[in-house]
Design a protein around this ligand. Sequence first.
Ligand code: AHR
Length: 317
Amino acid sequence: MKLRSLLLATTIILAPLSANAADKTVGFSQIGSESGWRAAETTVTKQQAEARGVTLKFADAQQKQENQIKAIRGFVAQGVDAILLAPVVATGWDEVLEEAKEAEIPVILLDRTVDAEKSLYMTAVTSDLVHEGEVAGKWLKDEVAGKDCNIVELQGTTGSSPAIDRKKGFEQGIAGADNLKIVRSQTGDFTRAQGKVVMESFLKAEGAENICALYAHNDDMAVGAIQAIKEAGAKPGTDILIVSIDSVPDIHLAMDAGEANATVELTPNMAGPAFDALEAYWKDGTLPAKWVQTESKLYTLKDDNKAIYESKKSLGY
Ligand code: AHR
């Protein structure tokens, strides 16, 4: 193991190569553009890099882990100063992260976690993904206040940390409420199109007339599902309560129209804290905590959703 890799692993402060972020090149392996939130994260990351004078090398993996692994290997071969990785799934990263570490290139995870040894990355900038699901579950539990409620669930990409954790968190949020039951649960892959297709199948399945709520792991799937509910002749937000995660502008528009009920915000600005951590490291070798946690705020119909929509529209969505 090279000396700098050893020091990274043991979290001893490293001597900086250069204090100036403007000299630096950072590779960003992005998942793709499956959702409005993802597109906003890409925009914000590019803006953050530009504002700091960092040269950003962007690679869109089109939802494929193999493309992300290829991109990371490419960044290592080019000798970038750091790598930002939004990992599509949670497992299968050890080998390529070892390679980056061997090359003494710090890796920062954005918005999703991985099942890998913590010394393989510098830090993870993410929300508490379990907590987000729990907030959604608790909101629904309070909202239905003891009435029987059959829930359908649209899961995110299979094997991704938000799909795993948001499911777990929601189940924790509704735990102990015998009146609440998840009757169907299927992946909609975090996309609007799949959210619609899967909701259509839920609405055609046995017992559909008793669906009382939809929990979607992201807003885009909820927006697709809202369309499916309307086309089936029911009223989203009234006949079927809708709770989801992200707080993208379109869900606030739906909430303003009374067609969705609650969302848990996920900031698209993961890159700001990531570049802050890198700048501190480049300046004097300071290493960040292993987890930089972003906030998770609940929005409901009590909020001014029209105003939130307008202000979010100007944020890069
Ligand atoms: O990892 C964050 C999730 O990925 C967002 O909630 C979702 O919209 C995206 O695709």
